[in-house]
Design a protein around this ligand. Structure first.
Ligand SMILES: Cc1cc2nc3c(=O)[nH]c(=O)nc-3n(C[C@H](O)[C@H](O)[C@H](O)COP(=O)(O)O)c2cc1C
Length: 221
């Protein structure tokens, strides 16, 4: 797919995820591809373990997309450990007004994935971030639908994917779910650029050539 040319406002979108066995990592890679389709967007790609040592870098991101497998009806334990490690950033309001979104993967069609997406949205709200939803209609919910539809699992809070329990990450999750994740990454990039553009004090030209750090200082509310 062609890169979107309408705006090249430089933004950084972090993809911050955990994956125990590689399935959610496939989804994270798809989110990354979607972000990179938008001109001007760059990606900070971190596992939740890496992110615990990169909190300063995360503060420079314009948006953070959270991802984890659903284990026992909630985000996986390692991802929750990361969430708890952000309490100092929370106390300082370090992520205030960043854009947020989320994705999760599990073995069952539902598998209580909504609980994980809700957990991410509440986590983002505690950090005073702005949550972006999936922005797709439901797929595969009529006689005209199919398993190839985007959003075939019918989630709106974020991107969901489903990986059969007896298949490895080489074949699961299926293509439709990866394309759904790509859509989320692209949507978050576009919304983030709209949001950053709305905070620009002057013409876009003013920002060209300015470092990400300098721009970040200028737009911080
Ligand atoms: C400890 C554990 C708990 C799980 N709990 C759920 C669950 O609540 N719902 C579900 O549908 N699948 C559940 N699964 C299946 C995983 O979500 C599924 O295998 C997923 O693809 C794993 O992603 P990963 O390879 O990124 O770790 C669980 C798996 C494990 C290991």
């Amino acid at each position: 797919m062609q890169a979107i040319q309408m705006s090249a406002i430089p933004i950084t979108v972090a993809v911050l995820f955990h994956s125990g066995f590689g399935h959610t990592a496939r989804q994270a890679e798809a989110v990354r591809r979607g972000i990179e389709r938008v001109a001007g967007a760059s990606v900070l790609y971190l596992t939740s373990a890496e992110a615990q040592g990169r909190l300063d870098d995360l503060e420079l991101a314009d948006a953070i997309i959270f991802g984890a497998p659903t284990y026992m009806g909630s985000a996986s334990g390692p991802f929750k450990t990361f969430m708890d490690s952000t309490s100092k950033a929370y106390a300082r309001g370090a992520w205030k007004d960043k854009i947020a979104a989320g994705f999760t993967n599990s073995a069952s069609r539902s598998g209580d994935k909504l609980a994980t997406l809700t957990q991410f949205a509440i986590f983002a709200a505690q950090h005073c971030m702005h949550w972006v939803n999936l922005g797709l209609p439901a797929g595969n919910n009529s006689t005209h639908g199919s398993e190839q539809d985007l959003n075939r699992l019918g989630f709106w809070l974020g991107a969901a994917s489903q990986s059969n329990a007896d298949q490895g990450p080489d074949v699961a999750p299926p293509e439709a779910d990866l394309l759904t994740a790509e859509h989320l990454g692209e949507r978050v990039s576009i919304v983030t650029q709209q949001f950053v553009r709305g905070r620009l004090p002057a013409a876009e030209g003013l920002w060209s050539g300015m470092s990400r750090e300098a721009r970040h200082d200028r737009v911080r509310l």
